[in-house]
Design a protein around this ligand. Sequence first.
Ligand SMILES: NC(=O)c1ccc[n+]([C@@H]2O[C@H](COP(=O)([O-])OP(=O)(O)OC[C@H]3O[C@@H](n4cnc5c(N)ncnc54)[C@H](OP(=O)(O)O)[C@@H]3O)[C@@H](O)[C@H]2O)c1
Length: 241
Amino acid sequence: MGTFLITGATSGIGRAVALRLTEHGHPVIGIGRDETRGASLESDSNGLATFIRCDLHSNEDIDHLFVHLKEQGVTLHGLFNNAATFGRPGTPERLTHDAYTEVFDVNLYALNTVTQRAIPLFDQGASVVNNAAIVGHVKFPPMLAHYAASKAAVVALTKTFAHRMKGKVRFNAVCFGPVDTPLSHKLYGGEAKFKEAMSHHFRGHAASPEEIAPVVEFLLTDASSYINGQAITVDGGYTLS
Ligand SMILES: NC(=O)c1ccc[n+]([C@@H]2O[C@H](COP(=O)([O-])OP(=O)(O)OC[C@H]3O[C@@H](n4cnc5c(N)ncnc54)[C@H](OP(=O)(O)O)[C@@H]3O)[C@@H](O)[C@H]2O)c1
């Protein structure tokens, strides 16, 4: 069974994908900063997930991660570039260069560096899934210009890598609508406000991380071998309304 590397595996969508892959027997290396939640991922995964602390704001941390993986002789069958931040929301007229840097550091530059460093570790038929969002793809919330721009850039980077690698490694992006996670609770000012906002969703509620994890598993594994260079919207119909 191939090993999968997942960034942002300590919470929300990344954790759900990590646990789904381990349930199906795949070893997972999960990246994040929170060691307590990293330990919880390991203990919930029947010993198949290994947590490695790595702050994606730090090139040094990313370097240490890949030196370690190389020393351990790790071969990867897939990479889920999932970690992201929306930084400090603000109107597009006022967002500062620093606010953009904070978001782009993790959402785009680290995603690119992790991808470049992972490529030499890939086995035949490996797959990369990049977590974009409908934001920056089909919806553009006015207070999140930096986040939206970073996610649009993730879609462009995904397609460029897919073209360059000519199918030796597949690259696809997933563009989720609202998902019930700590990230979206924070964006809406708390879980209660998020749930209230989601009652106006096309189907009355957001997705759970477990509901959408199978889509990522499908794209990461050989079952999706003929899907390459796509940005796939998974939003329960949200963008219809
Ligand atoms: N929730 C939604 O509605 C939604 C919709 C569309 C797309 N997405 C995308 O889905 C992805 C996951 O979001 P989520 O909703 O699952 O959020 P979440 O529950 O807050 O999880 C975010 C994960 O990213 C990690 N992370 C953040 N900054 C990091 C850094 N500097 N270094 C290392 N790890 C870092 C966090 O780990 P630590 O806390 O351990 O550092 C955590 O594991 C993001 O790319 C987001 O843009 C979310």
